[in-house]
Design a binder for this molecule. Structure first.
Ligand code: SF4
Length: 58
């Protein structure tokens, strides 16, 4: 099964950042509504099962 770490929306948190934890990252998506584009970010783990929005890394 694919994992968040295999997804192009997954970004690892660099060591030294205030919220760094081994295996932790952010799921970052560009979204759009009637006012324009914006970014949504939420914490995820590398080993979490991929969700339906998963986009494989190239
Ligand atoms: S939660 Fe879904 S979209 Fe976000 S990084 Fe994981 S697989 Fe990708």
């Amino acid at each position: 099964m694919a994992r968040c770490a295999d997804c192009s929306y997954f970004f690892s948190i660099p060591a030294g950042d205030y919220d760094y934890e081994k295996g932790k990252g952010d799921c970052v998506h560009e979204e759009q509504d009637q006012k324009g584009k914006f970014w949504l970010s939420r914490p995820v783990l590398e080993e979490s099962d991929a969700c339906a929005k998963m986009k494989a890394r190239k």
